[in-house]
Structures are given as structure tokens and as C-alpha cells.
Write a protein that binds this ligand. Structure first.
Ligand SMILES: *Cc1c(COP(=O)(O)O)cnc(C)c1O
Length: 370
């Protein structure tokens, strides 16, 4: 699905040089490299603050803690996402309230959100799935009207640009109160281990986030909040510093690969290629198409036999996961998410994909579906 080895070979020298320096100083936690990465990441997003942490799941959790969400508060999100989004809501004793997706973008259907708002609703967590932003202007309007926080789950869309109503391009992750992202190795900006970050323009919020990441402390052994221990280690910060410089070119490689897939697949009957929204760029964390439900699992098997990787993101929507039974959702509650779960099929997508590989991959789709 990804080719991190070939990508590494191109930046090996830069990475190794800095690594050796960090190892020789034995500075593994915090320090100037982490600070440097924080400011580079903030600058990349065009915001004042970027606060790194241990992983993307922590970033979502810490964001909710920093906004002082309390047990029983309701948080609106999508059931068609990676489990982490709903997991941290549940873990903090908050109540996940799901809203179905727009079948074209696979993202939260913004027009259904307002109907889900109650007196207990405190936040919306839009997930910019697969590399494309949600329709944020509507979400911002609903949030403003009902005084709700917006926490963007930007784990899959770092670097995507949202076109505001004023015609301005704005980076995903900066369209709400806090943007949370992940540097899991296979993400668009991947570390060589775990990592995550939050971005915000709000000074007070940034201060609180920093403190929560560090056991709720700003002064050693004085604890103002209940916090966690979640930090980006120095070696990862160095890797990310190197890779952030190339993020835009990595994104371009992904877009070019996606364009080639589009071209190769456009005449294949029974395949719906990814929809491209007018209000957002697509950074193609995944190239996710739809095939008829009755063919999907067979296609997965066909790829398996041919030794070609593929993915199903995600096979079971969150509202019908066993762990979330207690919230009382049922099959049929979010039919568009349930339908998507049966039809999605993701192709290998990374920065090193060649035309030849892609033709080979598409040939196997054609062979199977025709
Ligand atoms: C990867 C991912 C996360 C979690 O990130 P980790 O760094 O693995 O904890 C959260 N949300 C979405 C949508 C993701 O894809």
C-alpha cells in the first residue's frame, strides 16, 4: 500500500546526519529540534501554534480535554472513520452522536448536522477523510449558531487546502478551534514511529494544550489540570523536520498518481473513481473507489492472489462496532455509511508509485470485473 523504503532512500543522508547528532548528544526528549519542528509546522499551517504530542489519537483526546468537555457532553462526528475519532470521545465519558456521510465525499453530511444538535452538544469533530476537507462553511455556521467547538480530525488530510466562501485558500486543520493530526508512518507526513500534533490560533488554548500534554503542568511539580504524558520524541521531530520540507512535493506525487488512476479507470464500468469536491483540494491519503458490493470482497481476494496490496477503509462503521453497542445504535441508522463500508476499495497510494505499477494494478481490476 505504501513504499516508505524508496521514499527514505531519497532523504537518507539528511535523516542520518541529524540522527547521529541527536544520538551523540543523547537529547531524546524535547529540546531545540522539537521546538524547531513546532514552529515549522505552525508556519506551514499559517497559524500561531503547533503543539506536538505522542500520536494522532492523543491529539484528539488532548484537544477535547483542553476544551474542557465534560462527561455526558455530546460530540457530533461521523461513523465512517478510523476508530480513534470515536474512541477518545467514549474514553472521556462524552457521548458520540453520529451523523451520516455524504456518499460522494465519504465525509460528514453537513446538512444533517444541525438536526443532531441538542442542549448537550458541545463539539463537532469533522474528519477530513482520505485527504479531502469536509464542507466546512456550513459546519462553521452551525457551530457558531449553537456555540459549539470544532475539532478537526486532520490525520489523513494534512496539507489539503479548503476554499473559503471568500475565495481564500486555507489549510485543513485551521478551520475550527483545534486541528488534530497524526504522523503515523503511513500518513502523508509520516514519522519513523508514532507522533501527532495539534494546531490552533488561540493563545490561551495553546497554553492549555501544552500543559495537558505535560501532566497538566507548566511549572515543574505544580499541576493545574489533569493531564497526560504525550510528547513527540526528538528523533521523530528531526525526521519530521526533514520530511515537512518535502510535504508539498509528496502531495504532488500523490495527486499525479491519483490522476493517472482516474485516467486508467475512467472507462471501467462498475468502478466509481474518487469524487473531487470543488471546495477542497484532495491530498489522496487514500485512493478510495467504489465497486459493486457483490464484487468487492471477491476483488480483495483477487488482489490477494495476485500479490497486489489493497485496503478496505473501513469495513464496519463505528455505530455497529461491538464496543459501541451500549450507545444503542442499530444497523440501518446510518445507511450511507453502511453502504460505503460494503463498496469501498482502496488502491496502493504513495509518493513512489509508477505508471507501470498503476497499469498493472488497474489491469487486475479490469480482469476481475469484466
Ligand atoms: C490515523 C488516524 C488517527 C489516529 O492517529 P494515530 O497516530 O494512529 O493515533 C485518527 N483519526 C484518523 C482519521 C486517522 O486516520
Amino acid at each position: 500500500m505504501v513504499d516508505l523504503v524508496s521514499q527514505y532512500e531519497k532523504i537518507q543522508e539528511e535523516v542520518m546526519e541529524g540522527m547521529a547528532d541527536i544520538l551523540s548528544k543523547a537529547q531524546f526528549i524535547n529540546g531545540p529540534t522539537v521546538h524547531e519542528f513546532s514552529s515549522n509546522l505552525a508556519a506551514y499551517h499559517g497559524v500561531k501554534h503547533a503543539i506536538p504530542c505522542g500520536n494522532g489519537t492523543d491529539a484528539l483526546q488532548i484537544a477535547m480535554m483542553a476544551l474542557d468537555l465534560q462527561p455526558g457532553d455530546e460530540v457530533i462526528t461521523t461513523p465512517f472513520t478510523f476508530i480513534a475519532t470515536a474512541e477518545v470521545i467514549a474514553l472521556l465519558g462524552l457521548r458520540p452522536v453520529f451523523v451520516d456521510i455524504n456518499p460522494h465525499t465519504f465525509n460528514l453530511d453537513e446538512v444533517q448536522i444541525e438536526a443532531a444538535v441538542t442542549e448537550k452538544t458541545k463539539a463537532i469533530v469533522p474528519v477530513h477523510l482520505f485527504g479531502q476537507c469536509c464542507e466546512m462553511s456550513h459546519i462553521q455556521r452551525v457551530a457558531q449558531k449553537h456555540d459549539l467547538f470544532i475539532i478537526e480530525d486532520n490525520a489523513q488530510s494534512i496539507g489539503a487546502e479548503y476554499l473559503t466562501k471568500e475565495g481564500k485558500k486555507q489549510k485543513s486543520g485551521t478551520l475550527g478551534h483545534i486541528g488534530a493530526t497524526s504522523f503515523f508512518p503511513s500518513k502523508n507526513l509520516g514519522a519513523y514511529g508514532d507522533g501527532g500534533a495539534m494546531v490552533t490560533d488561540d493563545d490561551a488554548l495553546a497554553e492549555r494544550i501544552r500543559s495537558i500534554c505535560n501532566h497538566g503542568s507548566t511549572q515543574r511539580y505544580h499541576h493545574d489540570h489533569i493531564g497526560v504524558n504525550s510528547r513527540l520524541d526528538t528523533l521523530q521531530a528531526h525526521v519530521l523536520n526533514v520530511k515537512l520540507k518535502y510535504l508539498d512535493s509528496y502531495i504532488n506525487n500523490r495527486i499525479e498518481a491519483a490522476n493517472r488512476y482516474d485516467e486508467l479507470l475512467k472507462e471501467v464500468e462498475d468502478v466509481d473513481i474518487p469524487f473531487r469536491a470543488s471546495f477542497s483540494s484532495h491530498v489522496f491519503h487514500q485512493y478510495t473507489m467504489r465497486v459493486p458490493a457483490e464484487n468487492r470482497d471477491g476483488l480483495v481476494e483477487h488482489f490477494g492472489k495476485a500479490g497486489i496490496p489493497c485496503g478496505v477503509y473501513y469495513p464496519i462503521p463505528l455505530h455497529i462496532q461491538d464496543a459501541y453497542k451500549a450507545y444503542g445504535f442499530e444497523i440501518g441508522d446510518f445507511p450511507k455509511s453502511e453502504k460505503a463500508a460494503k463498496e469501498v476499495f482502496s488502491l496502493p497510494m504513495h509518493t513512489e508509485l509508477t505508471e507501470e505499477q498503476q497499469s498493472y494494478i488497474v489491469k487486475h481490476i479490469k480482469d476481475y470485473l469484466s
